[in-house]
Design a protein around this ligand. Structure first.
Ligand code: 4AD
Length: 433
């Protein structure tokens, strides 16, 4: 007899197997007990029929508590009534760990309560589905960039640089010196692109943002590709192919999980159709003004979440907004060739109200321009000499972008809040558990 995972039940119909499981819920009558089981690969039902098992086994089936762990032995049957499609008729139960009163019951709980029990909440079906989809997106990310000839380059977490501005830095001590937790791996990715052509970094990034919104985490994971010998247009093509690839792979490999979440797959399929529309910042401002819905919107300001939602809904696909005002973007972006007030950059806005999921740009290549930008940003030039070196020794046009993994997971899973897109979210007022 084989020990199997629930997800493989389909290959063992009418066969006797053994599975290590936890009990998620149970229902029993005098003669039959229905045990809802999970093992981390899927959820299904175990049926214990009093007349077909020993007295001890039936007693155990009735006594076993929510989240107790056990080995069940029995025969797999098709179960057309359930979404999973299979169940196990249990003959024997071997209790491994009985459970105390489990705090998360099948009734509704408030968000704070669930967040306090995040270490247990992760076992729930929706959280399982979200984490599996997150994992598929990470897997597909490595697959996509490796196929495209990128290598993964690990950027440091402890840094002396502040690519995205100094206001949101997490300060720490590095022996006798100041250091910060990384806001972005980009500057290091640029060094990597000059060494290996096409690279991507993927790691945790930290922003001490005092914003309490459904799109902001204090610690989030970012994928940052960087490409040498590349202008913005070609970078946008990589970005849209990457996003379409993520959606395609989730559709292909996470059907069960999307069903658990009730995500509309027809809507997701629309996001695999390329190209995504492109609109300039200037035209986006006009569109917002002409809509009559945003009387206060002015050229020169960044978009808020209602504006981003309106723009993406207008196209009902992810949309690139190109070439923002220089004054509201970081120091490293390439100045626009004909417009002094703009930089060559693009944000990708996701539809359905999810807002910006990618920020990217072509990078400035002129060392003197960059040195001035660094000083104007209030940064210490000496800390950026290494970065300026990238422009001193064989500088080339290059471009890159950053995808916030949790923003993308929230969008693709159709969740309301970014806190569920990461196992242990770090939020403004939360570092427990
Ligand atoms: O637009 P951002 O700040 O760009 C950068 O960090 C660049 N260095 C990227 C690059 O060109 N290599 O952030 C990029 C993305 C955003 O589009 C968003 O998806 C995500 O990172 N992001 C956040 N996600 C969750 N919580 C936050 N507080 C985030 N801030 C940014």
């Amino acid at each position: 007899m084989e020990t199997i995972s629930i997800i493989n039940a389909k290959d063992y119909v009418d066969q006797k197997v053994r599975i290590g499981v936890w009990l998620t819920n149970k229902r029993s009558s005098g003669k039959i007990a229905f045990l809802q089981l999970r093992d981390g690969t899927a959820y299904f039902q175990g049926v214990v029929v009093k007349n077909n098992v020993s007295e001890d086994v039936f007693k155990l089936a009735k006594e076993v508590r929510q989240e107790a762990s056990m080995y069940v032995t029995g025969t797999i049957h098709e179960d057309t009534r359930s979404h999973f499609g299979y169940e196990i008729e249990i003959e024997d139960i071997e209790l491994v760990g009985q459970s105390e009163d489990y705090p998360i019951t099948p009734k509704e709980h408030g968000t704070d309560f669930l967040m306090d029990h995040r270490h247990l909440w992760l076992r729930s079906k929706r959280q399982f589905a979200i984490m599996k989809i997150r994992n598929e997106m990470i897997r597909a990310t490595y697959e996509f960039f490796n196929k495209e000839g990128f290598i993964k380059l690990d950027s440091p977490i402890l840094t002396g640089s502040a690519p995205e501005g100094t206001t949101e830095l997490f300060h720490t001590e590095y022996f006798e010196k100041d250091a910060y937790l990384s806001q972005s791996g980009q500057l290091y990715a640029e060094a990597g692109a000059m060494a290996y052509g096409k690279v991507f970094t993927f790691g945790p990034t930290f922003r001490a943002e005092k914003s309490k919104t459904r799109r902001h985490l204090i610690e989030f994971w970012m994928i940052e590709p960087e490409m040498a010998f590349m202008h913005q247009e070609e970078s946008l093509e990589i970005q849209e192919r990457y996003i379409a690839y993520l959606v395609e792979k989730v559709l292909e490999n996470c059907d069960y999980e999307l069903d658990i979440l009730g995500r509309d797959k027809e809507v997701l399929k629309r996001y695999t159709q390329l190209p995504y529309p492109r609109i300039s910042y200037d035209d986006a401002i006009k569109l917002l003004q002409e809509s009559g819905k945003f009387p206060d919107v002015k050229w020169g300001e960044d978009f808020g979440s209602p504006e981003e939602t309106y723009l993406a809904e207008h196209f009902s696909k992810p949309v690139f907004v190109l070439n923002y005002p220089k004054a509201i973007k970081p120091f490293y972006m390439k100045p626009h060739p004909t417009r002094e007030d703009l930089v060559v950059c693009a944000d990708l806005l996701a539809p359905e109200g999810y807002g910006e999921i990618i920020g990217g740009s072509e990078r400035a290549t002129d060392p003197e321009y960059l040195a001035k930008q660094i000083e104007d940003a209030g940064l210490n030039k000496a800390d950026y000499e290494w970065y300026l070196d990238l422009r001193r020794y064989g500088s080339v046009p290059h471009s890159g972008f950053g995808l916030g993994l949790e923003r993308a997971v929230t969008w693709i899973t159709g969740e309301d809040h970014i806190r569920e897109a990461i196992p242990f979210p770090r939020l403004l007022n939360r570092i427990y558990p």
